[in-house]
Design a protein around this ligand. Sequence first.
Ligand code: MLT
Ligand code: MN
Ligand code: ZN
Length: 304
Amino acid sequence: MRIRILGSAAGGGFPQWNCNCDNCRGVREGSIAAKPRNQSSIAISANNEDWVLFNASPDIRAQIESFPALQPARAHRDTAIAAILLVDAQIDHTTGLLLLREHTKPWDVYCTAAVKEDLTTGFPIFNILEHFRGVNWHPVATDETPFTMPQAAGIEFTAVPLKSEAPPYSPHRHNTVPGDNIGVRVRDLSTGKNLFYAPGLGEIDEHIEHYMRDADCVLVDGTLWTDDEMIRGGFSNKRGIDMGHLDQSGDGGIVERLRRLDRPRKVLIHINNTNPILNEQSAQRQLLHDAGIEVAEDGMEITL
Ligand code: MLT
Ligand code: MN
Ligand code: ZN
């Protein structure tokens, strides 16, 4: 199973269009050792031919151009994206659907009922796409029953409901339901190996930890180094925890939790532009390195 990182940044990307934080300014000026990053998305294939797109970011056009395997030339209009799975209804994970409107048939989109509700009400992308070729919605259950997709041979998926936040425009914003946000275990049916992918992880309870312990690779929430990073920097009034993102450095934070896991390869993804780990020469990056934790970058591939 081939896992391609198409976008390793959180919403806003890196650099973010209006941001002058040390990282965004530094990467623009070339004065820090850091790589620009597109917004959160990965693609997975078990047969090198049919790819499942996990989240459709606003950067999808550049992401497809950066990875020719997604653009075969078997017909006048063609794509190797066989299906799309959405882990939530956030802007950074769904807006790309609008940019994929020229598809020649309805998109096979897999998401929970909660995400579908948001995408037909507060952020009605599915309704808009009905004016093009439409969406063939496949409900993803939240009872953790493994499922397969006829569009993508050789891969088994398990959706794991996460404690997180519904998006600001969700009709159930203040009444979160299971399925607002999922992690996904992705298993290659021939090698038996599995990835646990969760770009938004608000809490790691025993149940989630079990999935992480059992994985060959965890590709998880790298949004913020400290919970109040955006407040202290004067960039936003939101804490990580308000947005469903557990920080890395705090007590019980992601780094501490990952240290406990012996088995999986550990990779952080969905990194916010204010996070000091983006600077390859930072002390925080060194700390991750010493803990055996990698930082995803665009174009990176993981094979399981
Ligand atoms: C998030 O993951 O919290 C969202 O992507 C934030 C955003 O895009 O505004
Ligand atoms: Mn996000
Ligand atoms: Zn910034």
